[in-house]
Design a protein around this ligand. Structure first.
Ligand SMILES: NC(=O)c1ccc[n+]([C@@H]2O[C@H](COP(=O)([O-])OP(=O)(O)OC[C@H]3O[C@@H](n4cnc5c(N)ncnc54)[C@H](O)[C@@H]3O)[C@@H](O)[C@H]2O)c1
Length: 473
């Protein structure tokens, strides 16, 4: 869309919605989202929302490898849209997880596997596609094995812990002609799709610079990157990939030019033994004298605030007594550890400055110490400015000076409301199934080719953080 056409859409929005914006004089667009499909929404001037139900010739059969949080998320799509996807196999080294998902989807006994190697040891292709949702350091091998057997792959991010492995997956994908979709789910969320569509319309002229922030939120930081699965950069991936490859990817996607260089800094400052308050025991469940004064108290976060319960295999229960028993159970009690007595090394603050082709600059910050999550973005263009917080964004045209607000009430669209990452999780699955059905990777916005770029940016950022030098990409 040309700048002129977009502005036409904007004025229609101002007339057509008759909704008062939160700011005086602001026009508001609501309930619409960018999509890459048919027609232009007459209210917003952007592409319309499409149903999450896929347009496929038959249900695509999948094997879920890794039946933890993400594996369950993607499998749930098959419950909602059985015409689009059928779970025919499951694999997890934990018996109870494999069987939980296996039972839910009526998977036959011979299609319930332990280690992912068992799936491929049969030497046969047992489904149309595999979903790889194992931990970060266990993506490369199953992906390569799957491609060798002719599967299409929905691959969790990060693609792999090294640039060499990422490139090897890209090469194998090319060689086998299969489809690999990387789970860069933000590309599929209505908010970021609309944001990108507005930028591409030319509505703010040429993009000159971007500020982008990822507020992790203090309890989320303690759960995932201090106590939890991603606490060790060596066992998984550095936090710039584990948490923020999405952000680097979104910057690359919006700017739509390759990143030339990056310089990064950041460190682990707080969650270290030397900052432990006096007398803090190893586990919060051991009667810590600082309970009530420490926001990172595991008992408070899990049993009272009931946050991040997905790791405890509670099957939907939120019973505080059951959660407490999990916190004392050796299989789960790593989540009860005092945040100052963990084996973590991930930075709790990280900054990265990037220069893209054409001297477009972007500055990124990732911060643990924030009350809420939700990425914040400011885009500076030659003719206008955009500011957003993942719920809504405001576009200010320097000529009209009237701010226009895009506000996608995802919660008001029932199908999207049940999908994580602002609707991105299920939309990614829908597009993946359609790509598999049509055998067309062009149907995806996160095919392996483009997704590798943000990973190379992440590896360069980490080299720069460690060396103190600017890195070329
Ligand atoms: N796209 C996103 O926004 C997003 C969000 C969160 C996590 N992730 C990524 O998704 C992946 C999975 O994360 P999660 O939160 O579901 O973790 P999880 O720990 O809940 O699930 C991983 C599962 O893999 C199983 N597993 C481990 N080794 C295995 C093997 N050899 N064979 C078969 N199964 C094995 C584990 O037992 C576990 O059940 C990670 O790489 C993570 O970084 C992506």
């Amino acid at each position: 869309m040309k700048r002129r056409d977009f502005l036409k859409g904007v004025s229609l929005a101002a007339v057509g919605t008759a909704l008062a914006g939160p700011q005086a004089g602001a026009a508001q667009w609501m309930g619409s989202a960018a999509d890459d499909t048919k027609g232009i929404d007459p209210v917003t001037g952007l592409s319309p929302v499409r149903s999450l139900n896929p347009e496929v010739s038959h249900p695509v059969s999948v094997i879920i490898i890794g039946c933890g949080n993400r594996g369950k998320t993607y499998a749930r799509y098959a419950e909602k849209f059985p015409n689009g996807m059928k779970v025919v196999g499951v694999s997890d080294i934990l018996e109870h997880r494999k069987n939980y998902l296996g039972d839910k989807h009526g998977v036959q006994a011979e299609m319930r596997f332990g280690h992912y190697r068992e799936v491929f040891a049969t030497g046969k292709k047992l489904a149309d596609a595999v979903v790889i949702a194992t931990p970060d350091d266990r993506h490369y091998e199953p992906c390569m094995m799957a491609l060798d057997l002719g599967y299409d792959v929905l691959l969790e991010k990060p693609v792999a812990p090294t640039a060499k492995e990422c490139k090897a997956i890209r090469e194998k994908t090319k060689k086998t002609g299969r489809i690999v979709a990387v789970c860069h789910v933000l590309r599929y969320s209505p908010y970021f799709m609309a944001l990108r569509e507005v930028v591409r319309s030319g509505a703010i002229g040429e993009v000159v610079s971007i500020q982008h922030m990822e507020p992790i939120q203090y309890a989320h930081m303690s759960h995932s990157y201090v106590r939890g699965n991603w606490r060790s950069s060596k066992e998984t991936t550095p936090i710039i990939l584990a948490k923020s490859c999405h952000d680097l990817d979104i910057l690359r996607w919006i700017i739509d030019k390759p990143c030339k260089s990056i310089s990064a800094d950041g460190s682990l400052t707080f969650f270290k033994a030397e900052n432990a308050p006096e007398g803090a025991p190893k586990y919060c469940t051991d009667g810590c004298p600082h309970q009530g004064k420490c926001p990172y108290d595991a008992v408070e976060i899990y049993t009272r605030l009931k946050q991040h319960l997905g790791v405890f295999d509670l099957n939907g229960s939120k019973d505080p007594a059951l959660i407490m028993s999990r916190l004392k159970d050796p299989r789960y009690n790593s989540y009860a550890r005092c945040v100052f007595h963990c084996d973590n090394d991930q930075p709790d603050h990280y900054v990265a400055d990037m220069v893209f082709e054409g001297n477009v600059t972007a500055s990124f910050t990732m911060d643990a110490f924030t009350p809420k999550g939700g990425r914040r973005t400011r885009i500076m263009g030659t003719m206008g400015y955009i500011e957003g917080d993942m719920k809504e964004f405001t576009v200010t045209d320097f000529l009209t000076r009237t701010p226009k607000i895009w506000n996608m009430k995802v919660a008001e669209i029932p199908e999207y409301a049940q999908s994580g990452h602002g609707g991105g999780d299920y939309r990614l699955v829908r597009d993946f199934l359609e790509a598999v059905d049509r055998q067309d990777a062009g149907h995806l916005s996160s095919s392996i080719d483009v997704s590798i770029e943000s990973h190379l940016m992440g590896f360069a950022a980490e080299r720069s953080r460690r060396s103190g030098k600017k890195e070329k990409i």
